[in-house]
Design a protein around this ligand. Structure first.
Ligand code: A2P
Length: 328
């Protein structure tokens, strides 16, 4: 296997190197690529040092798979060039997610949409991945009518510069700011950019990507995305209304049986998911499972996952594994 990693020097890129190694790709021909600024720098992978190459050079090496985590601009520019050489691209940016011709995949839910002809496969947004992991088995059984979700998103979702901003603020250093406001001791209802309808791009992803992954264009979603000064993972308060009524015990069983989901719900002993516990793990943790007593057929959940793992690197590498097993 020849694997290129575009954005190898970034925060997600670093976790991708770790996850690739964990999942048995330590012996692959590894091609780390990044911006021109990083060409010639060294990155570690599976105990060895590799020189970062330009994206153009990575394309010429015709890898079997190229995993992208370098933002939408580079994905739009370079993914088709890889695809033209026969490389399968797994793209972590939002560049291709809403393209109806490109699969948007969480392997446990809809890996089957990928065909041998697909050369660009989109990895969903981190907040969407963890939410649909919890909701997919419930949607199958009771069919979702409407979701109301509020997120509490880790600053790691904004990349290394955001982590540095928080560190600088804590140390009293005035450094570069990636957010419009101080994030330490603060939070803001702002993830992505504002759209004409008053929602942010991150909020609209929760609607559009959920419909695409769960293959149900009628699901209603309304979201509020909040950035919090946390590093371990994203948390979500999810209120979901179904067409069919549910039994709470059955809901718990469905969640516990969903591959990749861990039910962590024992309020009597203060057991519930938190970023502190989710950090560094691949699973999506679900707790605070309870009926919404204000209206029928409606459930409340608290969902936490490490946004750099299942929300980004792990899901992307799982897609690569899926493709390798079936089409390479
Ligand atoms: P570089 O380190 O050379 O800037 P993060 O999300 O942590 O900010 O990381 C972004 C990643 O995307 C980095 O690896 C960065 O490389 C890479 N990147 C940014 N712009 C480009 C580009 N135009 N071409 C290739 N890689 C890019």
């Amino acid at each position: 296997m020849k694997i290129a990693l575009v954005g190898a020097t970034g925060l997600v890129g670093g976790v991708m190197r770790k996850v690739l190694e964990e999942r048995g790709y330590g012996d692959c021909t590894f091609i780390p690529a990044a911006s021109a600024r990083s060409v010639g720098k060294e990155v570690e992978f599976a105990g060895k040092s590799y020189k970062v190459v330009s994206v153009e050079d990575a394309i010429e090496k015709r890898p079997d798979i190229a995993i992208f985590s370098a933002g939408s601009g580079p994905s739009l520019q370079y993914a088709p060039l890889f695809a033209a050489k026969g490389t399968v691209v797994v793209d972590n940016s939002s560049a291709w997610r809403s393209d109806p011709a490109k699969p948007l995949v969480v392997p446990e839910i809809n890996g089957d949409v990928i065909t041998a002809a697909d050369k660009i496969i989109a990895n969903p947004n981190c907040s969407t991945i963890q939410m649909v992991m919890a909701l997919a088995p419930l949607h199958k059984r009771y069919r979702i009518k409407r979701i109301v979700v509020s997120t509490y998103q880790s600053i790691t979702g904004t990349g290394m510069k955001a982590v540095q901003q928080l560190r600088d603020e804590r140390a009293g250093i005035s450094g570069d700011k990636v957010y419009p406001y101080q994030i330490d001791m603060n939070l803001f209802p702002h993830g992505g950019t504002f759209e004409p309808n008053g929602y942010t791009t991150e909020e609209m992803k929760l609607l559009n990507e959920t419909r695409k992954i769960l293959r149900d264009p009628d699901i209603a979603v309304t979201a509020t995305v909040v950035r919090v000064p946390v590093t371990g993972g994203h948390s979500e308060a999810v209120n979901v209304e179904f067409y069919e009524d549910f039994d709470l015990l059955e809901v718990r069983t469905l969640l516990a049986n969903m591959p990749g989901v861990v039910l962590q719900d024992d309020p009597a002993h203060n057991v519930y998911p938190m970023p502190l516990f989710a950090e560094g793990k691949d699973e999506v943790f679900v707790g605070r499972v309870r009926r919404d007593e204000s209206q029928p057929k409606t459930l409340n959940l608290w969902v936490v996952a490490d946004n750099l793992r299942k929300g980004a690197a792990t899901n992307a590498v799982q897609i690569a594994q899926w493709v390798e097993a079936r089409f390479l």
